[in-house]
Unconditional design. Structure first.
Lengths: 306, 177
């Protein structure tokens, strides 16, 4: 493993498999009467969150506590883009207190890379702008593997706001690396240029993307990142791209429906689908803790060339 | 390289240990076997089978991975982290007599880690230790209750246990390392 986890591109195929296998072992800890192991005793992990987050921050914090690390949460409640100097200064001040790892969520793409250059601590990217969210992709892969045994040869349709989605970028890298056929689908205004160069099939028809899919992953419409009008109305978006039971029926009979959360019910996904029998959305949340425990454990060790 | 136990001797040794366990534990209802990964697990299963062969009693068997409890994990963070495997204890250990099973007893540090791990699953009535080979050189005050074979070794030697389930053959050998 490298020093930091900033992008799925930092991981080899073998390392991805190692993380997922380790997560299998970590999951069992959550089912014990005492949900804690002493592994990271004496290690300090700082959760530095510049964007609001419930799921990811809670998930990391539970993972850290289950491994007995000392955790510290710094939530910078501000949606404005902070200047590079400010982030660097904050990081250096935190560094002065000798943490071992920093989990960073930031609105600017590449924020983790900046910290990686100036910090001795290991940096885990918990979402940087529109770039990547590697632990989300890992927990998604873990969940898919649980239902489908392997990602190789699966048709995975990722549908929604492709432009603003770091979850998309991390997932595309990971899923294609593990041999899945990935389809990305959204309105033309929300398709980032050059997406096809990542090895995905790009479509603007949900019906086409979902047809025969093993996995359908819905992405949230990120209105907070939208500066202009990308589609006429939420209702029209739902009618054209929302996941309804009728559309689910086009997929394989054993399809699983995923969503990284938070969901906009009635916008990208119909309520009955979100709560329906194919939905594994809450399993994703549960698996997030095990996957993050695996990442924390594996990064806490040495690195190549130590 | 010297073979200290061949397949036949391993088989007979485990049968003998099964009989010793039966002899020392009047009631079998509260017994459970927990093997330490990797090679303690097949040994625990074989002992369970041997006990079943004697009196038809099925003793619940689990697998314990102690990696996350090792005392040397984060001390010298050089190189990759050791592989963590699954712990599977599909029964409550509360008030049971636990037979903890490992292949080789050496420094005692693995057993220390295993005891720490076990205690977090509940409060057993007692924990007894079963090992196939005791090679000496303890660094902690730990002693086995059932020993397959005491093998005097020097610190420069290593004891290799091969089991059919994992290695395709049954053999215990000593190597100069």
């Amino acid at each position: 493993m490298k020093k930091d986890l900033l992008s799925i591109a930092d991981l080899s195929r073998d390392e991805i498999t190692l993380i997922l296998d380790t997560a299998e072992a970590m999951r069992e800890i959550g089912q014990r009467p005492i949900k804690k192991v002493p592994t990271l005793r004496g290690k300090t992990v700082v959760n530095l969150f510049y964007e609001p987050s419930t799921r990811t921050r809670t998930s990391f914090e539970i993972a850290e506590k289950r491994l007995s690390a000392d955790t510290l949460n710094i939530a910078v409640a501000s949606s404005s883009v902070l200047k590079g100097e400010t982030l660097a200064d904050t990081a250096l001040n935190i560094e002065a207190m000798q943490p071992d790892m920093i989990v960073l969520r930031h609105a600017s793409s590449g924020a983790g890379h900046l910290l990686s250059r100036i910090c001795r601590s290991r940096i885990i990217n918990a979402g940087d702008g529109m770039h990547e969210h590697p632990t989300q992709a890992l927990l998604d892969a873990f969940t898919i593997r649980e239902h489908k045994r392997s990602l190789g040869g699966l048709k995975i349709a990722i549908v929604g706001d492709l432009l603003h989605s770091r979850v998309l970028r991390s997932n595309v890298r990971l899923q294609t690396a593990l041999g899945a056929e990935v389809w990305a689908c959204g309105p033309a205004t929300l398709v980032p240029p050059g997406l096809d160069r990542l090895g995905v099939r790009v479509s603007t028809s949900v019906d086409e993307a979902v047809e025969g899919a093993d996995v359908v992953m819905m992405l949230r419409i990120q209105q907070e990142r939208m500066s202009g009008a990308f589609f006429p109305s939420l209702r029209e978006y739902f009618n054209t791209f929302g996941l309804t039971s009728a559309r689910v029926a086009r997929a394989k009979p054993d399809v699983i429906i995923m969503h990284p959360g938070p969901m906009n019910r009635g916008v990208e996904i119909a309520s009955d689908v979100a709560d329906g029998p194919y939905s594994v959305i809450l399993e994703q949340v549960a698996n997030g803790v095990a996957v993050r425990m695996a990442v924390l454990y594996l990064l806490a060790g040495g690195q190549e060339g130590d | 390289m010297a073979v200290v136990l061949d397949a036949d001797r391993i088989g007979r040794t485990l049968t003998r240990i099964a009989h010793e366990i039966l002899e020392r534990n009047r009631t079998l209802d509260e017994l459970a076997l927990i093997g330490i990964r990797t090679r303690g697990v097949p040994i625990a299963r074989r002992i369970a089978r041997a006990i079943h062969d004697v009196n038809g009693h099925d003793i619940p068997t689990g697998a314990l991975d102690i990696t996350l409890y090792r005392d040397d994990l984060m001390r010298h963070p050089v190189g990759a982290q050791p592989l963590v495997r699954r712990t599977e204890i599909p029964f409550s250990i509360d008030d049971r007599r636990i037979l903890l099973v490992d292949d080789v007893l050496y420094t005692g540090r693995t057993i220390r880690a295993a005891l720490d791990a076990l205690i977090e699953f509940g409060r057993p009535r007692a924990i007894q230790l079963v090992v196939l080979v005791d090679r000496g050189h303890r660094e902690l005050p730990i002693k086995a209750d059932y020993v397959g074979k005491n093998v005097p070794t020097s610190l420069s030697q290593s004891v290799q246990v091969h089991l059919d389930e994992i290695d395709g053959r049954d053999e215990v050998e000593i190597r100069e390392s």
